[in-house]
Design a protein around this ligand. Structure first.
Ligand code: FO1
Length: 314
């Protein structure tokens, strides 16, 4: 096993957080180095919001909203309601306790602290034992191309309820974004790399787009495993299936595998998609068929165990 022996995970929002919740219950959380998406970060009410980092952080801290997956369980919305009565926009539902995270982050960033360091401070304060790192400390934002023009991610996703068909995805800040400290080093020395079951365009895509990441994934000696977020031609959560369709792609697990064919060695797909295993193997990957729908803790842990085993880590 390489020197650091860390398990390196690429994570988007809710799907990734659920998977990582299972993983951290079967391996020591300290063995995990999680790289989070920042493409859906936004400035709202003057605050810097990092939804995917927070979703992973709250989930690993055991305080995330149980049904929706993002936000904090039992949070209240008095501040947002008061803002609404002042005439401010309130389509982005920021809870009162959640706001403390954004106020803290914004103030620390304003003082020149990096997003990586602020994320570590927040995660430490919540007792998260795994390392959680934004893919980049620089501004790196997802823009979706729609018939209405180029839209900021949260405007499209939350305000417009992801109803505009997406014809492409772009990233603002790509030229200046560099991997955050430790990301490339951990990719080089990882014992295994996992692409969590996240949207390939708006969760994993923005991570892969940062200079040097995809190349490091191609070069790492570690096995690289990806879990399909598409099950039975549908997304487990969110707009991945609709996006694949509007971008003219085949909506299937093997369609996702194709997007990663240059660096993934093991592709994990659901039992309902077992007939696609052969197609996945034709892409040069080993296909592992198992239950990927994480309805409860048992399923999350079982999936995590299969993924570890597929990489020879269990
Ligand atoms: N998603 C929604 O669908 N509606 C919301 O009002 C909303 C608010 C929100 C606030 C904080 C946060 O961390 C996440 C929030 N999300 C909301 C989720 C977020 O927009 C998406 O899940 C991610 O950006 C995509 O992974």
């Amino acid at each position: 096993m390489p020197a650091s022996g860390k398990i390196f995970a690429l994570a988007g929002g809710v799907g990734a957080a659920r998977f990582l919740d299972g993983l951290t219950r079967i391996v020591a959380p300290e063995r995990l180095f999680i790289v989070g998406n920042v493409g859906d970060d936004a400035e709202i009410h003057g605050l810097h919001i990092s939804p995917d980092l927070d979703t992973v952080m709250y989930t690993l801290a055991g305080i995330s909203h149980r049904e929706q997956g993002w936000g904090i369980q039992g949070d209240t919305f008095h501040c947002l309601d008061a803002l609404g009565s002042l005439g401010a926009e309130n389509w982005f539902r920021l809870g009162d306790r959640d706001l403390a995270t954004h106020i803290y982050r914004t103030e620390r960033l304003r003082r020149g602290v990096s997003l990586s360091d602020v994320t570590r401070e927040l995660a430490d304060a919540l007792g998260v034992r795994a390392s959680l790192v934004p893919v980049t400390d620089q501004r790196h934002r997802t823009l979706v191309q729609t018939p209405q023009g180029l839209l900021e991610f949260q405007k499209w996703f939350v305000e417009r309820r992801a109803c505009d068909p997406v014809t492409g995805v772009r990233f603002a800040g790509l030229r200046t974004a560099r991997p955050a400290a430790g990301v490339l080093e951990h990719l080089r020395t990882a014992a295994g790399v996992i692409l969590c079951p996240s949207n390939p365009f708006i969760s994993i895509g923005p991570i892969l787009a940062v200079r040097g990441i995809r190349d490091a994934l191609r070069k790492t000696a570690a096995p690289v495993a990806a879990i399909s977020p598409i099950v039975g031609g549908r997304a487990l959560k969110g707009p991945a299936a609709r996006m694949m369709k509007s971008m003219g792609m085949q909506v299937s697990a093997s369609g996702v595998a194709e997007l990663y064919r240059d660096f993934v060695n093991v592709f994990i797909l659901d039992t309902v998609d077992r007939f696609q295993a052969e197609k996945v193997e034709q892409l040069g990957m080993r296909a592992i068929v198992t239950g990927t729908v994480m309805t409860g803790l048992h399923e999350k842990k079982a999936l995590a165990a299969v993924v570890l085993k597929s990489m020879g880590l269990a």
